[in-house]
Design a protein around this ligand. Structure first.
Ligand SMILES: [Zn+2]
Length: 273
């Protein structure tokens, strides 16, 4: 009892908050500003920004399909600049097509990069350099144009090289727009919905070498979590429209110091697609 009375305040506070190294990251996805399917997209995103600010996460990531054209990107950015935590962008297949990645880079900067939040390194991957998603109805995967194939090789070399650089000893979590697998319940088998070979095998090899156990992805507009190939895939819902039913909203990921990820899906109350 006597000893306890002499403990400095800082030690007591430290003991009372064992989760100081826990990271909370909000994932918004498929905001689709100016998409004809989503007339309320801007209004829903404003609502999401207010809700996210009140939760005070460490960071926010937007996992692609930001808007349909550069003017829509500007509208998204003007809404998103009201976010208090730092925001990280990821390209989606409505932002980048098979041969126009430069247009995205001119506005958003790098399309693949890393960022750190406390002891977690997030690896943002441009999944549009891992397949051609220009034709929704394609029955077999389409090739990338040669110039984009070169970009793809460069990104995969960068991804493999990360293990020799700054990430050793850190928790590494990947973020990209397009999931690598179907989950067995997804209703549409088209190649459009996933990363297809040969890119799938190349990416998986690199992710395993980096020790990635969790991937934050979008594209399906439907909140889901499933495991495949030793990785847990966390699919965020859309804030904009619902091709497969479900709820509009965003995902809140709580990451422990040891790298476990707990995902909560938060609905946007009263939001319309
Ligand atoms: Zn989308």
């Amino acid at each position: 009892m006597v000893l306890l009375a002499f403990l400095p305040y800082a030690s007591v506070r430290c003991f009372a908050q064992p989760d100081e190294n826990q990271v909370t990251i909000v994932q918004i996805s498929d905001t689709h500003i100016a998409d004809k399917h989503a007339p309320h997209a801007a209004e829903n995103l404003k609502h999401a920004v207010e809700m996210i600010n009140s939760r005070r996460p460490d960071a926010v990531v937007l996992s692609g399909d930001i808007g349909e054209n550069p003017q829509a990107w500007e509208e998204a950015r003007s809404i998103l600049k009201k976010l208090k935590p730092p925001l990280y962008y990821v390209p989606g297949n409505h932002d980048v097509h098979s041969s126009d990645v430069d247009r995205y880079r001119d506005v958003f900067g790098k399309d693949y990069y890393t960022f750190n939040v406390k002891s977690v390194t997030f690896v943002v991957i441009d999944s549009l350099l891992l397949g051609n998603y220009d034709v929704y109805g394609a029955k077999t995967p389409m090739p990338l144009p040669p110039q984009t194939e070169d970009e793809s090789e460069r990104m995969l070399t960068w991804l493999s090289g990360l293990r020799d650089r700054e990430i050793s000893g850190r928790v590494v979590i990947g973020v990209q727009h397009i999931p690598v697998f179907h989950d067995g319940r997804f209703p549409d088998p088209k190649p459009y919905w996933v990363i297809d070979d040969p890119y799938r095998s190349k990416e998986l090899k690199a992710l395993h070498e980096l020790g990635v156990k969790h991937m934050l992805v979008g594209h399906w507009h439907n909140g889901r979590v499933f495991q495949k190939e030793g990785i847990t895939w966390h699919i965020a819902p859309s804030t904009a429209w619902l091709p497969w039913g479900g709820e509009l909203g965003f995902a809140v990921h709580t990451i422990s110091a040891s790298g476990d990820v707990h995902t909560e899906f938060v609905e946007l109350p009263g939001a319309r697609p």
